[in-house]
Design a protein around this ligand. Structure first.
Ligand code: ADP
Length: 334
């Protein structure tokens, strides 16, 4: 049993971590464990999942005994202490961050990756959002990743090599993970993916600042960071948080991108729904470069839902993303 939590309303969550041999009985064991928890006085709801490393879609299946916090994907060897060695052939690693969720960080990160690939750079995209992976949807990839020689093979779409927790485990399974498992999973995504030679790896980090950012910074492989924000007054606080996180850890802030900056009518008139230029002002106040602003584009949302990034299409937005990629490339002298 892992991650047992009880909230003040009597809601219980836990993960039943099963040995390989118990896999076949997983559902029955889970129901028994849930029933036992429900029978406890004061318990109002029970949410539980069963995990077994051999049951994970990543292949070949690995024995559960090989798993653990440092090896949540159960790769078939002892975890190495050194991190980031699989990134040996990766020239630059860029984190894309935001103060909060829903500002379009993943959309912008993915489209910038496609723009880099389109410009001829060997590009990778690491979706580091363990609790809410969006790369499978945005890139339109539904396959599961395979492992070969104890390395997870990235999937490829729109010219980009992509890895996401969504290619490795079922979403509910990762949701049950707590801090150490999340850190372990991220380390493996940094260390045990066969990225091969890349000019640039874009890392889409979870919203806010937490374990994932810590893990990335500790990997000592970040070349720089880009902060995405919307233009509201609130954005100032968000941008400041993002910028300060990276500055505190001596990671260069390559710049701020303002997303959903305005809505353009058919006659060209712009409506600044969320106020005007908040992120740009925040960048100026924090002395961080301002990389550019993107309008609200219903086609961008549609393209993300369809798994066909606009940056790879014949669309004016593709030029915007190409410009942003070029600015980032220039900032890191790629
Ligand atoms: P985050 O990664 O910050 O949580 P997402 O990239 O998931 O945000 O974006 C949230 C939603 O907003 C998605 O439905 C996405 O397609 C949409 N979106 C992002 N940027 C834009 C934009 N410029 N115009 C229209 N929709 C956008």
């Amino acid at each position: 049993m892992q991650g047992l939590e009880v909230d003040p309303d009597g809601r219980v969550r836990f993960t039943l971590s099963l040995a390989d041999a118990d896999r076949i009985r997983a559902e029955a064991l889970l129901q028994q464990a849930k029933a036992a928890a429900e029978a406890v006085e004061g318990v109002t709801a029970v949410s539980a999942v069963a995990t077994s490393h051999a049951a994970q879609p990543a292949s070949p299946p690995a024995p559960a005994a090989r798993g653990g916090h440092d090896n949540p994907f159960g790769l078939g060897r002892k975890p190495r202490q050194d991190q980031g060695d699989a990134l040996g052939d990766v020239k630059a690693v860029i984190a894309v961050a935001s103060g909060k969720g829903g500002v379009g960080k993943s959309t912008v990160a993915a489209n910038i990756a496609v723009a880099f690939a389109r410009a001829g750079f060997k590009t990778g995209f690491l979706d580091a959002d363990i609790y809410g992976p969006s790369a499978p949807t945005i890139f339109g990839v539904s396959e599961k990743a395979q492992t070969e020689d104890d390395k997870i093979q990235p999937l490829s779409a729109h010219g980009v090599s992509i890895m996401s927790i969504g290619f490795l485990v079922d979403p509910e399974q990762a949701l049950a993970w707590r801090g150490p498992m999340v850190m372990g999973a991220l380390k493996q995504l940094m260390r045990d993916v066969a990225w091969g030679p890349l000019d640039i790896l874009i890392v889409d980090t979870p919203p806010g600042t937490g374990d994932a950012h810590l893990s990335l910074v500790q990997s000592k492989r970040l070349t720089g960071a880009v902060v995405v924000s919307t233009p509201q007054e609130m954005a100032l606080a968000d941008v400041r948080r993002g910028v300060q996180l990276f500055r505190k850890t001596d990671i260069q802030v390559l710049g701020v991108i303002e997303n959903m900056a305005w809505l353009q009518a058919a006659n060209g008139e712009k409506t600044f729904l969320f106020g005007k230029g908040g992120a740009e002002r925040a960048a100026a106040e924090l002395d961080a470069p301002f990389l550019g602003a993107l309008p609200i584009m219903p086609e961008l949302r549609q393209a993300s839902d369809d798994g066909a990034p606009l940056a790879g299409q014949d669309h004016p937005a593709a030029e915007e993303f190409a410009r942003l990629a070029a600015k980032i490339a220039e900032a890191i002298a790629l």
